[in-house]
Design a protein around this ligand. Structure first.
Ligand SMILES: Cc1cc2nc3c(=O)[nH]c(=O)nc-3n(C[C@H](O)[C@H](O)[C@H](O)COP(=O)(O)O)c2cc1C
Length: 215
């Protein structure tokens, strides 16, 4: 079987990214782009991002998770700490996260160090989730092999009974990671493959060095 995709071609013409309009701090530019993609209404889940980890098997692995908060400090997502990604991060906290917003012809690539957020912050976010999502976090030993879908559905039903009229507490193995960036690269598609790439790198004195990269 084969399918040639050589004629898939697109000219990127929507916008530009020049040194004159960028801020000294990349989080401000991240926020500007995030607001713009939200306002464009052209991306279903603008907060969906790819997280790459280096696994215990030595292979990189990407998967999509949802960004739940960003601050000047970093990017927060929630997951099972004992999942494949959780274990990978425990062994090697160096991760890469990326966003691709096709309608804006934009990509952002962030390298950083992931660490668990404070327990009370995870509690607060867990508390805000609907009961179904809370039980979902409990029912699933994320990344473990399961015998069947029926097994999971039965487990969920049992938990629904067990927790009827009871408060559902956050399990200790579920919570947030914050990715503290050391490098953030903004990519804006431009015509003739002369795309704009601006990279911010964190310096020892916590200033950000700004460089333009060849496309
Ligand atoms: C749109 C989308 C959003 C997702 N959001 C999350 C999330 O916020 N947290 C999470 O643990 N998994 C999320 N997932 C599932 C992950 O992609 C992945 O399957 C899961 O975390 C297990 O990954 P691992 O086995 O590599 O640890 C999401 C998947 C998609 C497609």
């Amino acid at each position: 079987m084969q399918k040639d995709l050589g004629n898939y071609r697109k000219s990127y013409e929507k916008s530009s990214l020049t040194e004159e309009v960028i801020s000294d701090n990349p989080m401000e530019l991240f926020q500007k782009w995030f607001y713009e993609v939200e306002a464009s209404d052209g991306v279903d889940e603008p907060n969906a991002m790819t997280v790459s980890t280096i696994g215990l098997d030595g292979f990189p692995k990407n998967r999509v998770v949802l960004l739940k908060k960003y601050t000047f400090e970093g990017f927060i997502f929630y997951t099972n700490y004992e999942s494949e990604k959780g274990r990978a991060i425990t062994q090697n906290p160096h991760v890469c996260i990326s966003f691709f917003w096709p309608n804006m012809e934009r990509q952002i690539i962030i390298k950083g160090r992931a660490e668990k957020i404070a327990e009370n912050l995870s509690d607060g976010y867990f508390e805000s989730r609907p009961d179904g999502s809370k039980l979902g976090a409990i029912v699933s030993n994320q990344s473990e092999v399961v015998p069947s879908r029926d097994y999971l559905e039965k487990k969920l039903k049992d938990l629904e009974k067990e927790y009827e009229n009871k408060e559902i507490e956050r399990p200790k193995y579920w919570g947030g990671f914050i990715v503290k960036p050391v490098s953030i690269e903004f990519w804006q598609g431009r015509p003739n493959r002369l795309h704009d790439r601006i990279r911010y790198s964190l310096q020892a004195n916590y200033d950000w060095k700004i460089e333009r990269l060849a496309p």
